[in-house]
Design a protein around this ligand. Structure first.
Ligand code: GAR
Length: 194
């Protein structure tokens, strides 16, 4: 069983997909806690599924390092095998990333390296891209630069709005995230000879 901590900042639909998948006893993943940088609406999903939550707000700390240290302590308290950034919209300092090296993944609504950052869907539309998609990748010290685990492409429809496109991206993103975390869990248990 792979223990997972999920960090979110928003509606948490990816989190919800993972929580629903984990209801199946054959799915080899357990969400042990959900954290956020704010009182995000998506935390309600965790509460509904009786999963521990924590909020570590940057404004309560002197600087980013102090914030990240407390966030990391909350994450490590749950002893996760994997930490998933699922719509977590704060950039994490190198100290946080290093402490979780190889255990920290992010899901991003574009085909990286195209359209990094917080407005990937809007940026793809503004650039007149014909295709976009989803990237799930390991997190390194850069912003959306870590090694890609998997990508899935999607054609942009003529005249599509940012919210319409993001919704269509999220449909494939949720399925891809659930499937990718399952694969990571199976690979871990195979490497441990289970
Ligand atoms: C997802 O599309 C995720 O890829 C994106 O935020 C959305 C969160 O949706 N993340 C980023 O843009 C990170 N740069 P959700 O809260 O419904 O899961």
């Amino acid at each position: 069983m792979l223990s997972v901590v999920v960090l979110i900042s928003g509606s948490g639909s990816n989190l919800l997909a993972l929580l629903k998948a984990a209801e199946n006893p054959l799915y080899p993943v357990k969400v042990v806690a959900v954290g956020s940088d704010k009182d995000a609406p998506g935390l309600e999903h965790a509460e509904l599924f009786e999963v521990d939550t924590f909020i570590v707000e940057p404004s309560r700390f002197q600087d980013k390092e102090q914030w990240a240290k407390t966030l990391l302590a909350n994450v490590l308290h749950h002893q996760p095998d994997l930490v998933v950034l699922a719509g977590f919209m704060k950039i994490l300092p190198e100290s946080f990333v290093k402490a979780l090296e190889g255990k920290l993944i992010n899901t991003h609504p574009s085909l990286l390296p195209d359209f990094k950052g917080a407005h990937a869907v809007r940026d793809a539309l503004q650039a007149g891209a014909k295709k976009t998609g989803v990237t799930i990748h390991y997190v390194d010290a850069g912003v959306d630069t870590g090694p890609v685990i998997v990508q899935q492409e999607l054609t942009i429809n003529e005249g599509e709005s940012e919210s319409e496109l993001h919704e269509r991206i999220k449909v494939i993103e949720r399925a891809l995230l659930v499937e990718t975390i399952e694969k990571l869990a199976l690979a871990k248990s195979a490497s441990e000879g289970n």
